[in-house]
Design a protein around this ligand. Structure first.
Ligand SMILES: [Zn+2]
Length: 413
């Protein structure tokens, strides 16, 4: 049993409680916490006590809800600026990028996330090449095997490949590896295949991650079968009609625990549907900026009572997998929102909310939850404690201490 004492402890509960000069007691699970460390020492006399230092901050470990590890070799290969430019460069360079990213490349990506305090992640796997790294990593991984296939001619083969990857992941299921299902997008998955994929998720009570309304091109293609996607589908898939529309796509998710990624170009009707599905939106602001798709409307999500979480997306559309870099960007791009309120929402979007959406027993400092804890040192004393959330996002880069299931994680880079 251990007691960590810190100058500031963020419970990440609904009220955004901050304990000053408090402590957290844990073994594999969190046992107790208090703003009176001396009291904790009296009650838990055998516990080993560690003070985390002046200006220390203790939080539940961060959760990166959406990352594509298999694309981690990209630096300057893919082209940014617009979604179609980017997609064309993905089609051209995908095989080369895949072959350049072996186990060590993905292990480095995982380690860089860990460095920023990420103790759990949602990994979107296109090919299953990232499974070994995800099984081996100390972090908790919700492992989303992704289904793609818009053409009925190849649907059976693509579904069989997907099913094999899901089955392989289920063979590795454990305390920190949770198999799940990803649906690539409405334009790339035929409704018949989509329903088969969602059946797999329902049968096994798995969360589902699905891209939705990322680009204006996707909006136009699904609404009217026109725009830049038309030439793309003619060139690569020999078709010029969409396989579905957004209503049919969203209706398929009834009864599924689903996280929709991006939703930058979503309309009001779709937002109401997401709310009725109880869905979560995954916000990837750096990816959205690099691909020129626009900016997610966080106010509209709030008005529809749709929770949002944050993901880095992959290095195919980012330069960093640090979740702190990502929420710092989010803080900067939403210029219309109050800085300090947004900062609190962003911290919830990388702790308590994704834990609930992904079905993980962590994300808050609360009795009975897994002891996934991270600590940082702020550069100076806070003159106003109500700014702690924005100060964390603006100033912190690397975690000082990382505990997963109460185990101290040692890492060297
Ligand atoms: Zn993605």
């Amino acid at each position: 049993m251990k007691i960590l004492a810190a100058d500031y402890i963020l419970l990440m509960d609904r009220n955004f409680t901050v304990l000053e000069n408090g402590g957290v007691v844990f073994d594999e699970k969190i046992i107790d916490y208090s703003d009176d460390v001396e009291d904790l020492k009296r009650v838990y006399q055998t516990a080993e006590v560690q003070y985390l230092g002046k200006n220390s901050v203790l939080l539940p470990g961060f959760i990166n809800s959406h990352v594509h590890l298999e694309f981690s070799a990209n630096k300057t290969t893919l082209n940014y600026g617009s979604f179609m430019t980017w997609l064309d460069s993905v089609m051209e360079n995908r095989d080369e990028l895949m072959s350049k990213c072996g186990d060590s490349c993905m292990e480095l990506a995982l380690a860089n996330m860990l460095k920023s305090g990420v103790t759990s992640l949602g990994a979107i796997s296109s090919f299953g090449k990232d499974m070994e790294a995800c099984v081996k990593t100390p972090q908790k991984v919700v492992y989303f095997s992704e289904l793609i296939g818009s053409s009925m001619a190849s649907a059976d083969a693509l579904f069989a490949d997907f099913k094999e990857r899901v089955d392989n992941s289920m063979g590795k299921k454990g305390d920190s590896f949770f198999p799940a299902v990803a649906i690539h997008s409405p334009y790339s998955v035929h409704p018949i295949v989509l329903n088969k994929g969602l059946e797999v998720a329902k049968e096994n009570t798995m969360p589902v991650s699905a891209h939705f309304m990322e680009s204006p091109s996707e909006r136009k293609w699904l609404d009217s079968g026109t725009g830049e996607f038309k030439a793309f589908f003619q060139k690569f898939l020999n078709t010029d009609t969409p396989v579905t529309d957004s209503k049919r796509y969203l209706d398929s998710f009834d009864g599924v625990n689903v996280l929709f990624t991006h939703c930058v170009n979503i309309n009001d009707e779709e937002l109401s549907k997401l709310a009725s599905l109880g869905a979560t939106v995954v916000h990837c602001p750096v990816s959205n900026r690099l691909l020129g798709v626009g900016k997610l409307d966080l106010e509209k999500l709030k008005n529809n009572e749709i929770p949002f979480v944050v993901g880095t997306d992959g290095l195919s559309s980012n330069t960093s997998l640090s979740i702190l870099d990502e929420i710092r960007t989010a803080l900067m791009v939403h210029t219309d929102l109050d800085l300090n309120l947004l900062a609190k929402d962003l911290l919830k979007g990388v702790t308590s909310i994704p834990a609930r959406s992904l079905g993980l027993n962590c994300g808050e400092i609360k009795e009975g939850l897994d002891a996934d804890l991270i600590s940082f040192i702020l550069p100076d004393v806070l003159s106003d404690n109500s700014t702690i959330a924005s100060s964390i996002i603006l100033h912190l880069k690397e975690a000082e201490n990382i505990f997963i299931n109460g185990e101290k994680i040692k890492w060297n880079f």
